[in-house]
Design a protein around this ligand. Structure first.
Ligand code: SF4
Ligand code: SF4
Length: 138
């Protein structure tokens, strides 16, 4: 995760919230959380598709996420749905703290359940509404 700007696919921004509460077995998600925690002013470019944590991930096969069959397509659909719900344009940049404030203001539990019906949206939602889950109390 070198460089001035972190590129992060939208659904990873959201999954990091659950990682902040429960931890994560995905190998590159917790390093992303630690990076954001340590550097709340770090610039993040929000994208649909591969990002700075996919490229070093063992599930990245060089062209797509190979975690499970069809996963890259599902992930991109999820990225796009979160982007639309959050009213962010692909490629927009924010610092990490601003971005999680926006998520906290705009996401609803209904959105989370709609976008992530087969995962655990109810576990992510409280952290999504409370940026201190990532950054601690001011
Ligand atoms: S519910 Fe959605 S945002 Fe939360 S961990 Fe699952 S896929 Fe990620
Ligand atoms: S390759 Fe798949 S599992 Fe790995 S970070 Fe990217 S989307 Fe997540």
């Amino acid at each position: 995760m070198q460089g001035d700007v972190l590129t992060v696919r939208t659904h990873h921004l959201m999954c990091v919230l659950r990682g902040a509460v429960t931890g994560s077995h995905y190998p590159t998600l917790m390093p992303l959380l630690e990076e954001i925690r340590a550097n709340p002013n770090r610039q993040i470019r929000v994208v649909i598709g591969p990002d700075d944590i996919c490229l070093p991930c063992p599930h990245w096969d060089g062209t797509k996420c190979n975690c499970k069959p069809g996963m890259e397509e599902k992930n991109q659909k999820k990225d796009a749905a979160f982007l639309k719900t959050l009213d962010i344009k692909e490629g927009e940049m924010f610092n990490a703290r601003q971005l999680y404030d926006i998520i906290g203001e705009r996401i609803t539990l209904a959105d989370m359940r709609n976008i992530c019906p087969t995962c655990k949206p109810d576990e992510c939602y409280p952290a999504a509404k409370d940026p201190s889950a990532i950054f601690g109390e001011d």
